[in-house]
Ligand binder design. Structure first.
Ligand SMILES: *Cc1c(COP(=O)(O)O)cnc(C)c1O
Length: 390
């Protein structure tokens, strides 16, 4: 390890891999399920936890460890743990904290599968969840009395509501609750929640950390104690491990994380500003344009934002007329995407976490601004809006 390097700098963290001394500039892919021992004694010492040598890839693998180390450094965490998906990271983080009789306080309008996990699986285990408007500190304080976990997602990924991490996590700590936050939208380049008092950060690494839409993965970062807890009581038994190849892809993708995030930010602000001026656009929900990027908690915007089209635009024709923006879920890759709320409205009933209940109009579309030329994206949107207007 080169100790003279500045490991607080994201560029250094992303470019270098201190773990490997053989001179390989890219860490090798340890595509192996098990690791052998040179002697009985070495095996015994390893089982006793004295060598740090890997044993079996469900529990630990050097390639996944490179990814975990980088992510921990980026988030300013003591430790991190990779998972097979963002949902495995979310369910693992929550399950490492709750037991029967506990209560979780969750912000409204979280990622839909996180909500389904809270609603479908947790009640079977005797854990209940209350949903509160994360911007209402008084309501949050009331709900947090006696709670075990505070679950945040800031900003949320359709309506971009921001929560005050420092204030809410301080209240949670006073009440003896652990704060978990989904940081997928901002990435550690634009938001580092542990510095503001959160206890565990979760990511869908399938999004910006990967950056190339070729991986489904997740990660949890936090103190050595909390991650140790996760390693002890959740990961080995639920078994949702991060595969070595996926970790290798993540390390590769993350080399350009900071560059990509700055490019997504620049382009999305330009596209959103142009859309806000468009006569057929009723409103644009974008954290920079909304003033949510305060330079303290949130220092930038990624490429994902929403807009609402006026009644003269046929949403179906608009989506079908786009060429660079492809219809698709997820986000965080190189490509631009459009996701119409109308599809969600058609399929889902009104419910406490649904787009309908949350007042997301069927005239809303969510855009992911990818890495294509900004002007080409604006031209694509402008042309599609013109073609879809009555
Ligand atoms: C995609 C997503 C998840 C789930 O991650 P997977 O990797 O798809 O399991 C969680 N939170 C947010 C905000 C997401 O966008």
């Amino acid at each position: 390890m080169q100790d003279d390097l500045d490991w607080s700098d994201p560029a250094t963290i992303l470019a270098h891999d201190p773990r490997f001394s053989e001179g390989a500039v890219v860490p090798p892919l340890y595509q192996t399920s098990l690791f052998t021992f040179a002697s009985y004694d070495q095996m015994r010492q390893t089982f006793a936890g004295r060598t740090g040598q890997p044993v079996y890839s469900r529990v630990g693998n050097p390639t996944t460890a490179v990814f975990e180390d980088k992510l921990a450094r980026l988030e300013g965490a003591e430790a991190a743990r990779g998972f097979a998906s963002g949902m495995a990271a979310i369910s693992g983080a929550v399950l490492s904290q709750v037991r029967s009789g506990d209560r979780v306080v969750c912000v409204r309008h979280v990622y839909p599968d996180a909500y389904r996990f809270f609603e479908v699986l947790l009640p079977r285990m005797g854990v209940t969840v209350d949903y509160v408007d994360g911007r209402d500190v008084v309501a949050m304080e009331r709900a947090l009395a006696g709670a075990r976990v505070l679950y945040l997602e800031s900003p949320t990924s359709w309506v971009f509501e921001v929560q005050e991490i420092a204030r809410l996590s301080a209240i949670a700590r006073r009440e003896g609750a652990v704060t978990i936050i989904d940081n997928s939208w901002a990435s550690p380049i634009f938001q580092r929640p542990l510095q503001h008092g959160a206890d565990l950060v979760v990511h869908s690494a399938s999004k910006y950390l990967s950056g190339h839409s070729d991986t489904v993965a997740g990660v949890v970062a936090g103190s050595a104690e909390l991650i140790g807890n996760l390693n002890r009581i959740v990961l080995p038994y639920l078994g949702a491990k991060l595969a070595p190849f996926e970790a290798w892809l993540l390390v590769r993708g993350m080399r350009t994380l900071e560059l990509r995030m700055r490019a997504h930010e620049r382009s999305s602000i330009t596209v959103a500003t142009s859309l806000r001026r468009h006569p057929r656009v009723v409103r644009v929900l974008h954290p920079t344009l909304d003033g949510s990027v305060d330079g303290v908690q949130l220092t930038g915007s990624s490429g994902l934002f929403s807009l609402e089209l006026d009644g003269s635009v046929d949403v179906v024709r608009f989506c079908d007329a786009l060429r660079l923006f492809k219809l698709g879920v997820s986000w965080g890759g190189h490509e631009s995407l459009v996701m119409p709320a109308a599809v969600v409205h058609e399929q889902a009933a009104a419910g406490p976490n649904s787009a309908i209940d949350f007042g997301v109009s069927p005239r809303t579309v969510r855009l992911h601004v990818g890495l294509e030329a900004t002007q080409d994206l604006i031209d694509d949107l402008t042309r599609a809006l013109a073609g879809a207007t009555a």
